[in-house]
Ligand binder design. Structure first.
Ligand code: KMH
Ligand code: ZN
Length: 271
């Protein structure tokens, strides 16, 4: 089995300091947290940023500042979000692509997102995919529902994207596919052979689904974007603690944790 790629999503667009007072918000805080997570075994940072008021933003300059601070001290892979927050326009969401990060997220369909709608009509998804290809950015296909896998494959049929694809199964969002083991099996069976995949279990599903992925040859995403707890009712001291635990479980099971260089090779970023 390939080494385990651990992605950390340290801030997201929705979590607040009320949810967990250890949430990093400023470029400096996010960068320090990212570097600490990389030291614990994360090889990809799934990056969102916040404005001066702590509100989600896709502002290019804030991404630029945060990425520069991370790169000063780490060679971790930067994966910028193009999901942003549900209330953002397409133009707003696409801004960080101009910085040519190694990776970016690409959600290939629309989904209920709690009380909101995370809107991704196919013409917009195509536009995002083409922008990523034009800038040499590898998309990570964000799958909140099984149909999103087939939407991504339609982009391959249209020769906008190429196989092999890398998928992130985001499971347990209210309105999306539930965070249950049988659904993860179904998603894995639904992607083409040769694909790579990671799982981001929301809330209490983060740890069991992550453990399944370790055993099954997938990869794992953890972090406050998905889950702010360490165990039931106990807040995590930081994202680093969630990364450290997944790395520890992997090692106990006998699966090595990928360095950023190994992750680049596994994902074809070094070609
Ligand atoms: N914040 C969600 C509405 C992504 O980063 O690409 C979308 C999201 C997905 O977080
Ligand atoms: Zn995100």
């Amino acid at each position: 089995m390939e080494p385990l790629i651990i992605t950390v999503a340290p801030v997201g667009a929705e979590a607040t300091r009320q949810d967990n007072p250890n949430l990093p918000l400023t470029p400096g805080e996010i960068a320090n947290e990212a570097i600490r997570c990389a030291e614990k075994g994360a090889s990809i940072i799934h990056l969102h940023v916040r404005d001066e008021d702590g509100k989600a933003t896709q502002a290019r300059d804030i991404f630029q500042e945060t990425i520069a601070l991370i790169k000063e001290n780490s060679d971790v892979i930067i994966q910028t979000s193009t999901g942003g927050a549900s209330w953002m326009t397409a133009d707003e969401r696409l801004q960080p692509i101009e910085l040519k990060p190694e990776m970016a997220t690409l959600t290939t369909g629309t989904v209920n997102f709690g009380e909101e709608i995370f809107s991704n009509p196919m013409p917009m998804v195509e536009l995002f995919a083409k922008a990523m290809v034009a800038q040499g950015v590898k998309p990570e296909i964000e799958v909140f529902e099984v149909g999103m896998i087939y939407n991504a494959l339609r982009l391959v049929q249209k020769k906008i994207l190429q196989l092999p694809l890398h998928f992130d199964f985001v499971m347990g969002v209210p309105g999306g596919i539930p965070g249950e083991a049988r659904h993860l099996l179904y998603l894995i069976e639904s992607i083409p052979a040769g694909s790579t995949w990671t799982v981001a279990g929301i809330g209490r599903s983060e740890l069991p689904l992550g453990t399944m992925a370790i055993v099954m040859g997938g990869h794992v995403r953890v972090g406050f974007e998905d889950n702010v707890y360490y165990t039931k009712g106990v807040l995590s001291d930081g994202n680093f603690q969630l990364v450290e635990r997944i790395a520890r479980i992997a090692k106990e099971i006998g699966r090595p944790v990928a360095t950023p260089e190994q992750a680049r090779r596994i994902l074809g970023l070094d070609q």
